[in-house]
Design a binder for this molecule. Structure first.
Ligand SMILES: [Fe+2]
Length: 254
């Protein structure tokens, strides 16, 4: 018979995907900070695309008007102050912290391919206080119990189906900025495989989108993990800067 567990045996984790600073949604970020304070996570994940890094984007090359007021140093300093420094007080000494390189942070590597003379000066590790954080390379996954995390590879219409079928395991990811779940269960394996695309923490209509309709939604992820690696997860959706989680009202930006 299974041992009866107590809540102290259960670990807590929290993940934010696609903050896209400085195009982040301030109310969503407020809510995530408040929730983090209440939740006291054992694992904290920034799942990639924490920053936009527009000013070194290949797409903006030779388009200086789009870069007005945008500087990489300013973006790093703002992210440190407005994001990292706000969460750090609520991430305990033994909290496992992960900083995923998303396709936007990967713009640094792409920039260095044509400007190698700046190597060592513009990488995230050189500009953010990430001591105590694991920096996860672009497109690499992290496994915690039976959960696996990645920034996200596919952004086709049925991306959760594609992620589960290619990776053949539970996979939590962002990248697409919308919410999608696909589950796969076979009689041969007892555990269901869940592919979960988690929404974003950014402004749903950033300047570069130019009012185009999209499927983006504001969410974050939190979970409880049992000692055997099984888990229960939640992806609360934040609408107009408000969400209720477990009878607590979180009101962002007020
Ligand atoms: Fe993104």
């Amino acid at each position: 018979m299974k041992k009866k567990l107590k809540m102290k045996d259960v670990k807590r984790g929290m993940a934010l995907f696609d903050v896209h600073y400085p195009e982040h949604d301030k109310r969503c970020l407020d809510i995530a900070v408040q929730f983090c304070r209440d939740f006291n996570p054992d694992v904290f994940i920034l799942g990639g695309d924490q920053m936009d890094m527009d000013c070194i984007s290949f797409y903006n090359r030779n388009r200086p008007k789009l870069l007005e007021g945008k500087r990489l140093k300013k973006e790093y300093a703002g992210f440190q102050k407005d994001v990292l420094n706000r969460f750090e007080p609520y991430l305990g000494f033994d909290c496992d912290k992960y900083f995923f390189i998303g396709n936007h942070e990967y713009r640094v590597d792409r920039y260095l391919e044509s400007n190698p003379q700046h190597e060592g000066f513009i990488e995230v590790e050189a500009n953010l206080a990430l001591g105590g954080w694991d920096v996860v390379p672009f497109n690499e996954a992290v496994s915690i119990g039976h959960m696996n995390f990645i920034h996200g590879i596919y952004w086709n219409k049925y991306h959760s189906y594609k992620h589960v079928n290619i990776y053949e395991d539970n996979l939590f990811y962002g990248h697409v900025h919308n919410a999608q779940v696909y589950t796969k269960t076979t009689p041969l394996v007892n555990l269901p495989k869940q592919g979960v695309g988690v929404g974003c923490m950014c402004n749903k209509n950033p300047s570069y989108q130019r009012n185009k309709p999209n499927s983006w939604i504001n969410q974050f992820l939190f979970w409880y993990m049992f000692p055997d690696g099984n888990f229960t997860y939640y992806t609360p959706t934040i609408i107009e800067g408000r969400v209720v989680i477990n009878n607590v009202l979180y009101d962002g930006g007020v």
